[in-house]
Design a protein around this ligand. Structure first.
Ligand code: FAD
Ligand code: NAI
Length: 479
């Protein structure tokens, strides 16, 4: 006998678990299926984000930042620490505990919202009258029928051709988050978000980190001025980033009792180089995941990248089947997945769920942090938009000086005629938090003048945001 639901969600990452909770809040009978299993064999909902993505990476970034501060910044405050040591096993255990708290939190939320959770792999069996039959293959096998199905099966790390992840020497994001000891030499391929964040973690802990990037431009999607400022800071920290390289053969070689990785590449000058490293992180993007979903059984359409084809409302080619998050087009970000999950649940309820793709913030959690929303200066130029720019350096911000972190700036881009904010770009301390004001402003279609006229607390980093807005009209007060 199959169990009947109004809504079945496949995947309990940020897209899926949020969609399930919102659908339950709207009064539907909801099932959520997820196959992620922890080391003890239990369910670990939360997806990539919770288990091997956003949360554990930020836990390690935090630990490594404390270590870096203790080593390099405490002394200027008059704090002497002596020889600072890092217990990597303890750091990893703390990270695992943070992950577990989040897994448990989601299970609690499912209970609280009366979402029925199934631990196992969900797959399409067939379309039935008024819905779809879904099989759950877990410890036991179950059959569910849902009137509506939301697919939120996420993404997987992309491997280099012929270089599979062994998670010992050649690491995906998964292995990169559970390295047992500080590698002496760490190589990273891809200077995108993961490369920079994970490269920063291990550099702070003492690894000699070399990041090899295929493109000749550093962080091409970021505003050029901001990317340049960030690169300067990373260079100063000793994060070695080589742009415009062509990666060749990658071999694992035995070195005594250990194995190492040897990476051959051609550098931007055309020279052949060989880089030996204890570990290699390959972070060259992610691929949508529909493994084991049995999309063929119902004819769910995928594009050439393997992503589920959806329209602007996350509707697939099948009636009553929706897809959200990394498995569909658009930026692979947890908050984008969540917004789509909420919007789909509301659309199923006949409401007007809405996601504004123009105001999705991006954050790179390096030090300095990089955050932005809206268009970059180079995009505005390419689009032929007439704009005004204003920026303000953290060097002139009192709170930043008190913090001892004056790297970077806030930059506003506003329409030349209407003054509407078109983009805000930040590199510097707490950029991840500061960007929220810009997102709110853009969501309300505020002008730079609106921000310039709002009272901001003193002393706070947010005053740099106000001053950058004032700079659009060339009237900064503190610079
Ligand atoms: P996922 O989180 O991938 O979840 C999909 C879930 O579906 C998984 O639990 C999987 O087990 C399950 N599943 C798949 N197929 C089936 C099936 N057939 N049956 C049952 N279950 C199935 N984004 C940010 O916004 N901020 C960050 O700081 C950030 N940091 C990141 C750091 C790293 C190292 C990585 C790798 C990613 C990071 N991301 C970050 C991206 C973020 O993790 C993803 O955008 C987000 O997890 C996507 O959510 P999702 O729900 O679409 O998919
Ligand atoms: P990415 O797309 O951010 O960066 C990949 C980089 O690898 C690019 O610069 C690309 O030019 C380069 N590259 C690709 N192929 C290459 C090759 N063969 N040789 C050398 N360089 C090559 O992808 P990444 O870092 O793997 O992260 C995946 C996604 O996960 C991100 O796009 C983002 O959506 C998400 N993420 C978000 C985070 C955040 O929001 N803070 C943190 C980490 C990941």
């Amino acid at each position: 006998m199959s169990k009947q639901f109004d809504v079945i969600v496949i995947g309990a990452g940020p897209g899926g678990y949020i969609a399930a909770i919102r659908a339950a809040q709207l009064g539907f009978q909801v099932a959520c299926i997820d196959e992620w299993t922890n080391a003890a064999g239990g369910a670990a909902p939360g997806g990539t984000c919770t288990n091997v993505g956003c949360i554990p990476s930020k836990a390690l970034l935090q630990s490594s930042e404390h270590f870096d501060h203790a080593n390099h910044h405490f002394a200027e405050h008059g704090i002497s620490t002596g020889n600072v040591k890092m217990d990597v096993a303890k750091m990893i255990a703390r990270k695992d505990n943070v992950v577990k708290q989040n897994n448990d939190g989601i299970l609690y939320l499912f209970k609280k919202n009366k979402v029925s959770f199934f631990h196992g792999r969900g797959s399409f069996v067939k379309a039935v009258e008024g819905g779809y039959e879904i099989k759950v293959a877990g410890k036991a096998e179950e059959t569910l029928v849902g009137k509506q199905v939301i697919v939120a099966t996420g993404s997987n790390a992309r491997a280099l051709p012929n270089v599979p992840f062994d998670e010992v020497n050649v690491l995906s994001n998964d292995g990169a988050l559970r390295v047992g000891a500080v590698p002496k030499k760490l190589a990273v391929i891809g200077s995108g978000v993961i490369g920079l964040e994970m490269g920063s973690v291990w550099r702070r802990l003492g690894s000699e980190v070399t990041i090899l990037e295929g493109l000749p431009t550093f962080l091409g999607a970021v505003d050029e001025q901001i990317a340049k400022e960030a690169k300067k800071a990373f260079d100063k920290q000793g994060l070695k980033i080589e742009l415009g390289v062509k990666v060749g053969e990658i071999k694992t070689v035995k070195k005594g009792r250990n194995t190492e990785v040897s990476i051959a590449y051609t550098n931007a000058k055309g020279e052949e180089v060989k880089l030996d490293a204890d570990k290699l992180i390959v972070s060259i993007g992610r691929v949508p995941n529909t493994n084991g979903l049995n999309v063929e059984a119902v004819g769910l359409q995928l594009d050439e990248r393997g992503a589920i084809v959806v329209d602007g409302d996350c509707k697939t080619n099948l009636p009553g089947v929706w897809a959200v998050g990394d498995v569909v087009r658009g930026p692979m970000l947890a908050h984008k997945a969540e917004e789509e999950g909420v919007a789909v649940a509301e659309r199923i309820a006949g409401q007007h769920g809405h996601v504004n793709f123009n105001t999705i913030p991006w954050v790179i959690y390096t030090s300095p942090e990089i955050a932005w929303v809206g268009r970059t200066e180079q995009q505005l130029k390419a689009d032929g938009v007439k704009y005004k720019a204003g920026s303000f350096p953290f060097l002139a911000n009192g709170r930043a000086r008190a913090l001892g972190d004056t790297t970077g700036l806030v930059k506003f881009l506003a329409d030349a005629q209407t003054d509407e904010i078109l983009g805000v770009h930040i590199v510097g301390p707490m950029a991840s938090e500061l960007i929220a004001e810009a997102v709110v402003a853009m969501e309300f279609r505020a002008s730079a003048e609106d921000i310039a006229r709002i009272c901001h607390a003193h002393p706070s980093l947010s005053e740099a945001t106000k001053e950058a807005a004032l700079a659009v009209d060339k009237r900064t007060l503190n610079f």
